[in-house]
Design a protein around this ligand. Sequence first.
Ligand SMILES: Nc1nc(=O)c2c([nH]1)NC[C@@H]1CN(c3ccc(C(=O)N[C@@H](CCC(=O)O)C(=O)O)cc3)CN21
Ligand SMILES: CC(C)C(=O)C(=O)O
Ligand SMILES: [Mg+2]
Length: 274
Amino acid sequence: MYAQPAAPAPRAATTVTRLREMKSRGEKIVSVTAYDAGFGAQADAAGIDMVLVGDSLGMVVQGHPSTLPVTVDQIVYHSACVARGVRQALLVTDLPFMSYRDVPTALASSARVIAEGGAAVVKLEGAGWALEVIRALSERDVAVCAHLGLTPQSVHKLGGYRVQGREAAAAEQLKADALAVEQAGADLLVLECVPSALAAEITGSLRIPTIGIGAGPDCDGQVLVLHDLLGITPGRPPRFAKNFLAGCDSVAAALTAYADAVRSGAFPGPEHGF
Ligand SMILES: Nc1nc(=O)c2c([nH]1)NC[C@@H]1CN(c3ccc(C(=O)N[C@@H](CCC(=O)O)C(=O)O)cc3)CN21
Ligand SMILES: CC(C)C(=O)C(=O)O
Ligand SMILES: [Mg+2]
């Protein structure tokens, strides 16, 4: 065997504290998913603030119809690949379906995603029962990104990939859940597929940054799935996605165009929201 570094090199750079400062200054946070070192390095070089190793890899990399088949082994593998490409950006990695179903399992999965996968932040879906998990991680100084609204790991319960929080009762529940995840110790919150006005209200009510996807222009930041941004999603991309490679001549230019559009407020437009 040849010598290898014992662990991914620590990346100086972006922290959850820095993203919180960006929120307080009104500077937009730009995030994109990545699944390997090459695209991680491209995103990093384009000045993307946060790179997410999403379990969307089950759909865009593996070709499954949902994110549910993704395993901890797989997300750890992809996260470690991305970590080798990323220096400045904050590296956030999804905890897969059922890998945080109770506190002991969540601690074990997070330990692997951080120690082997090089993640700085673990991301998990839901509130309710998951609040106890967020609290346990937070108490152990694990940085956590919560994820509310359309939570794709609940697709069979939600009945499809649909906008959430349209009815008054659902909107009230979402606002309460957002406050609860912050209270439980979450450092960031992804809001997916919720009405723009509701996402704006939640963003104004929280101290932690909100990162929207299909959640309108008033979140503190935006995230897109890499394949949607590059126009290479198998099948039909979600309505909130935009192909930034169209009109650009390189992946680097597309990522820069996306970052510029988020920072200027040009993206997302009304046609990308609900
Ligand atoms: N390529 C890709 N992009 C994503 O944003 C994404 C994934 N995959 N996989 C994991 C989840 C699943 N997501 C999805 C997938 C589909 C829709 C979708 O088709 N939504 C309908 C909205 C329907 C409504 O109006 O309620 C759409 O037309 O966009 C939304 C989110 C978001 N994430
Ligand atoms: C769509 C983003 C937020 C995500 O969770 C993923 O890529 O898995
Ligand atoms: Mg995900």
